[in-house]
Design a protein around this ligand. Structure first.
Ligand code: SF4
Length: 141
């Protein structure tokens, strides 16, 4: 069973028609800390403007989220020669959100055998991102 970590919060976006002076606005909720501050992000050609009471860390998160959203992938891989059928795995860090489905496709044919320790590398470089896929649990027998 494949699974992708769901987004923590929903995000609403509104767009005006595209064109040379196209503007895009998006509401993004910062998830860096429990306060969950809300920001309005306005894109003006090459620059973005962030409106709302947002701290420095929040600005970094919101800028990243607007420009290139990143997510940590959790999934499972097939286990052979074991009572366990699947081993939970995750990426060692976030990857571009747009690559999540391709990443799941890459994991689909992967099969492992015991013994595996939590943190062991299952794939060394996922989709050329430099991010590893690692075991989220022990698989000892
Ligand atoms: S903007 Fe700052 S205070 Fe608000 S949720 Fe993000 S990190 Fe927390």
């Amino acid at each position: 069973m494949k699974e992708i970590i769901p987004e923590h919060r929903s995000q609403a976006s509104t767009c005006t028609p595209s064109g040379p002076s196209a503007k895009q606005t998006k509401t993004i909720i910062c998830i860096v800390c429990p306060k969950g501050c809300e920001a309005q992000v306005l894109q003006k050609e090459e620059t973005i403007e962030i409106k709302g009471k947002i701290c420095k860390k929040g600005r970094e998160y919101i800028t990243q989220e607007f420009v290139e959203p990143m997510r940590t992938l959790t999934s499972t891989v097939v286990v052979k020669n074991s009572r366990m059928k699947r081993l939970p795995v995750r990426t060692s860090g976030p990857i571009p959100k747009k690559d999540l489905f391709r990443a799941v496709d890459v994991l689909s044919p992967v099969a492992v055998r015991p013994p595996i320790r939590i943190g062991d590398v299952i794939l060394p470089d996922l989709l050329g991102t430099g991010i590893k896929v690692i075991a989220s649990d022990d698989l000892l027998e």
